[in-house]
Design a protein around this ligand. Structure first.
Ligand SMILES: C[S@@+](CC[C@H](N)C(=O)[O-])C[C@H]1O[C@@H](n2cnc3c(N)ncnc32)[C@H](O)[C@@H]1O
Length: 221
């Protein structure tokens, strides 16, 4: 029976991760009870809120979407509920991917490390979505270069970044550099609670990978 104390202690363990091996070990142990530990006990609404923001921006229900750090598939589950039909999930924990598989919402489940080069063709996706992966002890902004490479021009990113590490872990600088280089156009930054029963907030960044023409007009403007 999940209780709030257990859920908080797992969250603390997640936020204290120092290495990829520690993360793999945590999520190996946690995969089968992750949803029941987080959703009700801590009011984990982030995945639902991020999916809803994607839905407000992308009305193409056949868009090819990649959920990065998909975990057990909470984001994909909500996107499927909203009507999206073409989703893949990516995570480096095979145990989390196996739980995601049981949701029956992803076409492909890709085991890959976001801190490494991805074996995915350039311009494969229309939408990159992510919740809870750019956070304490997890993945840093260096992953954005590869994620941009695999996104179509004109495609969008909608990712949550934990507010407490947005500046300190270099996300603000990375986004600013990419924007100055004309590689992205940041459409919005919205701060929302990712959990309703813990003070965990995320900045949801929605950005476009501009076409060359729109990047050029943006720079001139
Ligand atoms: C807090 S969970 C979020 C899962 C899901 N998106 C959600 O909101 O419930 C973070 C996920 O990121 C994955 N992850 C952490 N580091 C990663 C890396 N370097 N490459 C790929 N996945 C990673 C973990 O395995 C875990 O499933």
């Amino acid at each position: 029976m999940p209780d709030r104390k257990r859920s908080r202690s797992l969250l603390e363990r997640a936020y204290g991760l120092q290495t990829g091996d520690e993360a793999l070990s945590l999520y190996r142990d946690w995969a089968t009870s992750y949803d029941t530990d987080l959703v009700d006990p801590l009011g984990y609404v982030g995945p639902r809120r991020v999916a809803d923001i994607v839905a407000a921006r992308c009305r193409d229900f056949n868009a090819h979407i990649l959920d990065v750090g998909c975990g057990t598939g909470l984001v994909g589950d909500r996107l499927a509920y909203l009507g999206y039909t073409k989703m893949d999930g990516l995570d480096f924990s095979q145990e989390m991917l196996e739980v995601a598989r049981t949701k029956n919402v992803y076409a492909a489940l890709i085991n890959a490390d976001l801190t490494q080069k991805l074996s995915i063709e350039s311009a494969s996706y229309d939408v990159i979505v992510s919740c809870g992966t750019f956070t304490h002890g997890h993945v840093g902004p260096e992953a954005f270069d590869e994620l941009l490479r695999i996104t179509h021009t004109g495609g969008i990113f909608c990712v949550s970044i934990n507010t407490e590490i947005y500046e300190s872990n270099g996300f603000a600088d990375k986004l600013s550099d990419l924007e100055k280089a004309g590689q992205i156009f940041v459409e919005s930054r919205v701060t929302i609670p990712l959990m309703t029963k813990e003070p965990v907030n995320g900045i949801i960044v929605t950005l476009e990978k501009p076409t060359t023409a729109s990047a050029r007009s943006f720079i001139l403007w």
